[in-house]
Design a protein around this ligand. Structure first.
Ligand SMILES: *Cc1c(COP(=O)(O)O)cnc(C)c1O
Length: 367
């Protein structure tokens, strides 16, 4: 048996006719940049998430870069964030000439540990950027309390968490701005790169809209130097179709997680994901903490089961951030998790046979 991390064939098969029709409509109109499908998608996401403004852009990375810029952060300002995330979380800060200040994570959720944030605040700190890693919302109650107390902005990197909630409230609705990625492997994936900023702040929304079109207002008059970072019409048309299936897909992922939780519970060498009772996860990943992780990884690979390490090297130890001065053992939980985590297939189209095979293969390794 061969099981991929994500089966895009299975995902697209039932909706491909609808997608082709939507693409054909864009082709017939030749309205490739900022066509009506872009606003349609923005409105759809904003209203369904209950957030005032959705601003489409070229990628999840750009959504973060635009957000940092729109908040006026740069010039050696500091942004507190997690070292246990995809690279773009930190690079978006760096590319605005600001400095990421890494704070260690809670080993149970892999998310920023709010108890460690206040000690990292300096006079240069301008914002906190939590990541809702693997589809589970960070502790936004604690993070917003700290942000308010110290007058800091909050940018939610929700690239992996579209639709996840905290205490019944939607991710991206806590901070000043939240971002989404529609990279093809995210829960809501485009057929290429695409991203989005979400905010309830009218002024910030206007700035983000301006920044994505070179900072122009009106056309050909530039108040500031912005970017070329629009959401492609074709991608918006595709996402419009796929968005209507998202909730059902997230339910499928949660059902698969429940199956794994039950059937992997007795293996004492692994820990299944812990979801805070205040959070509803969308399981962008199902991530185990394992003894002898690399051995298990090789075993599953031999069995034809794809699995992946997200992420093998925490951001504070990346070579490109050397000048920040972090050393090994500075953020021990992130470093420990980088050595122990393994994500296994969780996509909603997994069949019962596939799930059984994955569970049996993990059991077999530790027996
Ligand atoms: C995927 C991802 C991004 C970047 O999104 P792209 O659309 O690939 O640019 C940023 N942050 C996190 C946590 C991600 O997982």
């Amino acid at each position: 048996m061969k099981i991929p991390m994500l089966d895009l064939n299975a995902q697209y098969e039932p909706i491909m006719d609808d997608i082709k029709a939507a693409i054909d409509k864009v082709l017939a109109s030749h309205h490739y940049i900022m066509g009506p499908q872009v606003k349609e998608f923005e409105d759809k996401v904003a209203s369904s998430l209950g957030i005032a403004h959705a601003i489409g852009c070229a990628s999840g990375t750009d959504a973060l870069v635009l957000s940092v810029k729109a908040l006026g952060i740069g010039n050696n300002d500091e942004v507190i964030t997690t070292p246990f995330s995809f690279f773009a979380t930190a690079s978006s800060i760096w590319r605005n000439n600001a400095r990421p200040r890494f704070v260690d994570i809670d080993p149970r959720t892999f998310n920023l540990n709010p108890e460690l944030i206040e000690a990292a605040i300096t006079p240069r700190t301008k914002a906190i950027m939590p990541v809702h890693l693997f589809g589970q919302c960070s502790d936004m109650t604690a993070i917003m309390e700290i942000a308010r107390k110290h007058g800091l902005a909050v940018i939610e990197d929700n690239a992996q968490g579209v639709g996840c909630t905290w205490e019944g409230k939607m991710s991206c609705s806590f901070g000043d701005v939240g971002t989404l990625s529609f990279f093809p492997s995210k829960n809501l994936g485009a057929m290429g790169d695409a991203g989005m900023c979400l905010t309830n702040d009218d002024k910030l929304a206007a700035t983000l809209r301006q920044l994505r079109v070179h900072g122009e207002k009106p056309k050909y008059f530039h108040e500031c130097v912005g970017f070329n970072s629009r959401l492609d019409t074709m991608q918006a048309a595709i996402l419009n179709i796929k968005y209507d299936h998202l909730e059902k897909w997230s339910e499928g992922r949660r059902a698969n997680a429940a199956y794994y939780n039950q059937h992997l519970a007795d293996i004492k060498q692994i820990k299944t994901p812990w979801i805070d009772p205040r959070a509803v996860s969308i399981y962008n990943q199902y991530t185990l903490v394992c003894e002898d992780r690399d051995g298990l990884k090789d075993h599953l690979t031999d069995k034809g089961i794809a699995c992946a390490v997200y992420y093998p090297l925490p951001l504070h130890l990346q070579q490109c951030f050397k000048e920040l001065g972090y050393q090994k053992a500075d953020l021990p939980i992130s470093e420990e998790m980088a050595a122990k985590v393994l994500s296994i297939p969780i996509y909603p189209e997994l069949t019962s046979t596939q799930k059984e095979y994955i569970v049996e293969s993990i059991q077999q390794y530790y027996q």
